[in-house]
Design a protein around this ligand. Structure first.
Ligand code: KG4
Ligand code: ZN
Length: 350
């Protein structure tokens, strides 16, 4: 089965063709970073407009790169949420028109389930059950994954997501947007032990996270030390990164132990962080746990992961109808929190 995946939940316009749920035939990502960079963050209205401009050329390139034409596709998978509603609507509207015109089945995909599926696209997919640590710009969640669509939510951030903390700290340090990659690079030249920022483990036996405290601690530190040029920005970046990595590594490993399983998947944009990858490999090896991490280009937003989970949904009859809608948030079960439910609609009396 060949599935066209489409992803427009935030600031990447992405399309990919995946065969049998795990063979990537093409994977095209158009990043809008240059558009949003001057504003220091994603501007939702600009994101929607850029998706409208790019969706057709990005899908055309994905088809051309795959060596397939639209007649050899078996279905379309599209992200329906969570994400920016205007941005999601561009991908969904395009996907519906594309599927309808070619008589193809369509399935709506949860972006977070897509991130988890990114681990099936690399050579070493984990067997079920496994624990997935998803750390991205919008989410930091732990799941117990008992089957391809069987996700038990174990914990999440109570405030900032890990990637959001990277982006906010980069802003505090005057490094621009987005911040994860820049901090990752700067930290390589810094001393992670020189400045110790707080680690919020919250309830030690629980699996929730909190990253707003470490961000505030960096802001206070920068304010306090601004006269002292000996406090190298590289050390601040390395110290902050180490605090976030410590929490992610320890919570990830204790979640695997709590569930009595042997496999941990690390997914989402923050999973492309070099220090996190290195530390989690060391720590899991010590703990006798197998860790599975997709290559960096599959950790950040892409459509191959959407096609991967879409393949499973389509082959299990989870086809969507053309009244499929977008949603901005998901409940812990992964089910959409509907924007407007029929019972809530107030129709005017005509
Ligand atoms: O998964 P993703 O592409 O989009 C969301 O679903 O949010 O994640 C984007 C987030 C951003 O906050 C970005 O700063 C962070 O992932 N990120 C990184 C790195 N690369 C991207 N954070 C730390 N280190 C990196 N190398
Ligand atoms: Zn994402």
């Amino acid at each position: 089965m060949r599935v066209l995946g489409i992803e427009t939940s935030c600031d990447e316009t992405a399309a990919a063709v995946v065969s049998d749920g795990y063979v990537i035939l093409s994977n095209v990502v158009w990043s809008q970073v240059a558009t949003h960079h001057p504003y220091g963050g994603v501007v939702p209205e600009l994101a929607s407009r850029k998706h409208i401009e790019k969706i057709v050329p990005v899908v055309e390139k994905a088809l051309a790169d795959s060596g397939e034409d639209s007649n050899s596709l078996d279905g379309v998978a599209v992200t329906c949420g969570p994400g920016l509603v205007g941005a999601l609507l561009v991908g969904l509207s395009f996907a519906k028109a594309f599927a309808y015109a070619r008589g193809l089945p369509i399935t709506g995909v949860n972006h977070l389930h897509g991130h988890i599926a990114s681990v099936y696209l690399q050579p070493d997919p984990p067997p079920f059950p496994f624990v997935a640590l998803l750390a991205s710009g919008g989410h930091t969640n732990l799941y117990y994954v008992a089957g391809p669509m069987d996700f038990e939510h174990m914990g999440q951030t109570r405030d900032d997501a890990a990637g959001e903390a990277f982006d906010k700290v980069a802003k505090i340090l005057g490094l621009g947007y987005p911040g994860g990659m820049v901090i990752d690079q700067l930290a390589q030249q810094g001393d992670p032990e020189r400045i110790r920022f707080p680690r919020a483990f919250l309830d030690k036996s629980g699996f929730d996270f909190s990253f707003s405290g470490v961000k505030t601690a960096v802001a206070r530190y920068v304010q306090r030390e601004k006269e002292d040029s000996s406090k190298r920005i590289q050390d601040i970046a390395a110290g902050f990164q180490e605090a976030v990595v410590d929490v992610l590594v320890q919570k990830g490993i204790s979640a695997v132990k709590a569930k009595g399983c042997q496999h941990l998947a690390l997914v989402g944009g923050v999973a492309s962080n070099r220090r996190l990858r290195e530390r989690i490999k060391e720590a899991t090896q010590e703990a006798g746990i197998a860790v599975h991490i997709p290559p960096p280009e599959l950790c950040t937003d892409n459509a191959a992961m959407i096609a991967a989970i879409g393949d499973y949904q389509l082959s299990h009859g989870e086809n969507s109808s053309l009244d499929l809608d977008v949603y901005s948030k998901t409940s812990h079960s992964g089910r959409p929190q509907a924007l407007a439910q029929p019972g809530n609609l107030r129709l005017p009396n005509i």
